[in-house]
Each structure stands twice: as C-alpha cells, then as structure tokens.
Design a protein around this ligand. Sequence first.
Ligand code: SAM
Length: 227
Amino acid sequence: MAHVSLPHDAKAGPTKSEVRAVLLSKLDLTPTDHFAEVGSCTGAVTVEAARRAGRVTALERKPERVETSRKNLAANEVGGSVELRESEAPEGLPTDADALFLGGSRNYEAVLDHAVEHRIDRVVMNVSRLEVAGAATAAFRERGLLDEVVQFQVSHGYELAGATSFDSQNPVYMLVGGAGEVAADGGKAAMDDGGAATDGGETSTDGDERVRGTERSPGDSTGGGRR
Ligand SMILES: C[S@@+](CC[C@H](N)C(=O)[O-])C[C@H]1O[C@@H](n2cnc3c(N)ncnc32)[C@H](O)[C@@H]1O
C-alpha cells in the first residue's frame, strides 16, 4: 500500500503511521464497508480508509482542518469515495456506517450512543490523555461496546555517537469494539455486568479487570469476544 503523503498540516494530528497500522488492522475495512470518521484533521486516517473501504464519511468540526483534509486527500489522489463534512459529531454522522473511528473526543458519549443505536459493527477510539482514556473506557463498557483496550507506545531509533538511541512518541490508548452484537436491550445487560466489574476489582479473582477480548492469554478470566 502506498505511503500517505501529507503536504498540508494542521495544528493537531496526524495519527502516526505505526498507530494507523494497528488502527487499520482493528477496523478491518473491506470494499463493501461504509467507514465513518470523527475528526479527519490532516486526513491521514481518511486517506488510508479510503484505500480500503467502499465509502468514507469523514467529519471535522474545524473548517480550516476540513480544508487541510481536502487538500491532503487530493495530494494522495483519493476523492471519489470520500464525503468530507464540516460538522461536529454526532451531528452529521451517517446512520448506515459499518465501521466508526473516533479520532476526536468531543461529544464522544453521544457518538457512542449513535454507534449503539445504529448497530455499527466496528468502533475504535484513539485517546492520548490518561483521564479521557479512563472515562472513555467506562463509556464503551457501559454501552456494551468494549472488546479490547490496547495501549502502546512507539519509539523511533536515531543514531547517537555511532549507536542507536530512541525518541518516543506519546502512549496511545486504543479502545476497540463494536455494536454489531449489542443485545436488543441496547447493551443494558452488558452495562449491568460492567457495573459489577468496575467495583475496584472486588468481584475479580485476580484483582484484574478484563474486557471481552479476542486475543487473550490463558489466564484471562472473561469469556466472549465478537470476532
Ligand atoms: C487528534 S486530531 C485527529 C487526527 C487525525 N486522525 C489525523 O490523522 O490527522 C482530532 C480532530 O478531531 C476533531 N474533532 C474533535 N471532536 C470532534 C467532533 N465531535 N466532531 C468532529 N470533529 C471533531 C478536532 O477538531 C481535531 O481536528
């Protein structure tokens, strides 16, 4: 897959290429998918998504960043399948998306409500701030959306005195899940379970809260996992 070229920058973003690689593996986009994005900013994720999904609807609340997205999409010869909307989600979100990425966190609870209401199959949110990560994790769990919480940090090597040292990027918290299998009760049962699980670990045998995940180690205690 071609490199993403970003000749136009914004005051935020881009989502770094290694983070995008993990994000794209979680979103698992196919040519039949309609992908919705909250916070296109530089358009780095939008470009990669447009190369994989059949349709992309990308929202950005700041008009100058919509322009930046538009120019970077053009620089990567991506366009036809992408609808860029200047809008603050959940306003402007499509109701028929198969996958949703929250790159911006404003109104994220209402955005997650939209995902539940419209049964969006894959939902991923990237967070860099610790407090927001905690609150967003709870919001995913309360809605029965949470499959995985992934935290990672990328460092780039550089040469120092004939050896290799590293520059590290900020840690990323990636919340991964979806509403494709949320029960008809709107996730209420999962919410009730979540209530039990957020009691400071008192109900957990190993003091370790676990989410419904797909790739678990043998010692993991919870079952289920959608994919
Ligand atoms: C960290 S940047 C996203 C970076 C982007 N993924 C990229 O690669 O350039 C977050 C962006 O989300 C936008 N944003 C935050 N909340 C939003 C919302 N509810 N609706 C639309 N845009 C939002 C911000 O204006 C900002 O441009």
